[in-house]
Design a protein around this ligand. Structure first.
Ligand code: URA
Length: 244
């Protein structure tokens, strides 16, 4: 049986306003279920997956229910943080979503200067499943390097012996595919701080541009422009845990 919640609490937690503001919207007939005005903001509503299609607020379909997972094409120049100065990934989402409770968080981070596939969710259990080392979710990055590759990098990364500056445990093996003298793809399951940039620094090179194009079995859609996002369905979430 689906969970039922009070309409005013549901909408307040989705960021539509205070409970008082929602009561006003309801009295004005601005909240409709299957086309019928819901004037009682205290009414209990069953949280069924089809609710966003059936419930409208000011003639717009309801926002996605909690349990939301998004795939964002992160552009270069925005930060994965709730509070740093400058443009933030959360600024790429609808304004109202900033007031959601539970809040959306990024699943891990991409550096300000890294672009590509970034997941966000309000589902703490899902977030932990994705980042847990046990899940072994692989991440693939496209790398542009400042200097030509020497030729020994694939073996050095595959060996599982490379040490990053300031660390005392070697990296797990990384799969590297060379594309040309200064471009390659790397696939890793760990997520150490600035891992790809530090990996190539340890190999005597320098990363000029970094782009993540795959997480688990999910690719960044080719038709999703930088700065835009999609809501993931169950099948795509399952694909995160499938081998690519
Ligand atoms: N490695 C990095 O160096 N930066 C990222 O954003 C992701 C992986």
């Amino acid at each position: 049986m689906s969970k039922a919640v009070r309409l005013d609490k549901l909408l307040a937690n989705l960021g539509y306003g205070s409970r008082r503001e929602i009561q006003t919207l309801a009295r004005m007939g601005e909240i409709r279920l299957d086309g019928e005005a819901l004037s009682d903001a205290g009414a209990r509503i069953a949280l069924t997956p089809d609710l966003p299609a059936r419930l409208s607020v000011e003639d717009e379909p309801l926002d996605p229910l909690p349990g939301l997972c998004l795939l964002l094409h992160k552009p270069v120049g925005v930060t994965c943080s709730h509070k740093e100065a400058g443009p933030l990934v959360y600024g790429l989402l609808p304004d109202r979503w900033r007031h959601r409770d539970p809040p959306l968080s990024t699943v891990g981070r991409l550096d300000k200067n890294t672009s590509g596939l970034l997941l966000l969710t309000d589902d703490g259990a899902l977030l932990h499943r994705i980042i847990s080392p046990k899940a072994n979710v692989a991440k693939r990055y496209r790398v542009a390097l400042a200097r030509p590759l020497r030729g020994d990098e694939e073996a050095a990364l595959a060996a599982g012996t490379l040490m990053l500056d300031g660390e005392d445990r070697p990296l797990l093996p990384v799969v590297m595919e060379t594309q040309d003298a200064t471009h390659c793809a790397v696939t890793l399951t760990e997520g150490r701080y600035h891992q790809v940039r530090r990996m190539f620094a340890a190999l005597g090179n320098h990363v000029e541009a970094l782009h993540r194009d795959r997480v688990g079995g999910l690719d960044l859609p080719g038709d999703l422009p930088a700065g835009e996002f999609r809501v993931l369905g169950e099948t795509e979430i399952a694909a995160l845990f499938a081998a690519a």
